[in-house]
Design a binder for this molecule. Structure first.
Ligand SMILES: [Zn+2]
Length: 209
């Protein structure tokens, strides 16, 4: 969750129980009466977009989302090769979890910027999905890395092969991310370490410690 003078912005919308967790977090910060203005997506996997439609309905937030994952938001993603397994899991999950499709208000391509928080720039990091996108804040030298890697201390890892739509693009995306001027990174899946600690884990994983 990002906050600026105009309100709150979510990076992705969470999975099962995500709305309850979000409301608890809002209360803990005393932000429960502040408007959620936007939902900024990193990619179209179900564990990131399940709550988009319900949250939009409740808050009226706009949605900005990577264009190349459009089929995911429509509930019709195509998974080929190794990622076929992920496709089967999602196909079972969508009706079970009552996924509602949605159409983003703004389609995001590499290099697009959003004038929220300290300013965010889309950094296309394909591999995990075709549209997979990190969000970079130049002022803070901080990159939201989405699912480029999962950061759990010594158990940090790149996403398993069956979850990557175009694994051949992963390496280039890791290099692209690490070529930015960075003080820290924040992944979607990780423990509560500092952005600096997450960055050193990513560098270690990439063999660039
Ligand atoms: Zn994912």
């Amino acid at each position: 969750m990002l906050r600026d003078a105009s309100g709150l912005y979510l990076i992705d919308a969470g999975f099962i129980g995500g709305i309850t967790q979000l409301k608890r977090a809002l209360r803990q910060h005393g932000w429960e009466n502040e408007p959620i203005r936007g939902i900024i997506l990193t990619h179209g996997h179900l564990d990131h977009i399940l709550n988009v439609a319900p949250l939009v309905k409740e808050t009226g937030a706009w949605v900005a989302a990577p264009r190349l994952d459009a089929e995911h938001y429509a509930g019709t993603p195509k998974y080929t090769g190794w990622s076929h397994g992920a496709g089967i899991l999602e196909a079972m999950g969508r009706p079970l979890l009552r996924f509602q499709s949605f159409t983003p208000d703004r389609w995001i391509d590499d290099g697009d910027t959003l004038d929220v928080w300290c300013g965010l720039r889309a950094v296309h990091l394909p591999g995990h999905t075709h549209g997979h996108t990190g969000w970079y804040c130049e002022t803070r030298k901080l990159l939201f890395t989405a699912d480029l890697f999962a950061s759990y201390g010594p158990l940090s890892h790149f996403p398993p092969r069956i979850l990557n739509s175009c694994p051949e693009l992963m390496r280039g995306s890791v290099e692209k991310a690490l070529s930015l001027d960075l003080q820290g990174v924040l992944p979607n899946h990780g423990n509560a370490a500092s952005p600096e600690a997450h960055l050193s884990r990513l560098r270690r994983l990439a063999g660039r410690a």
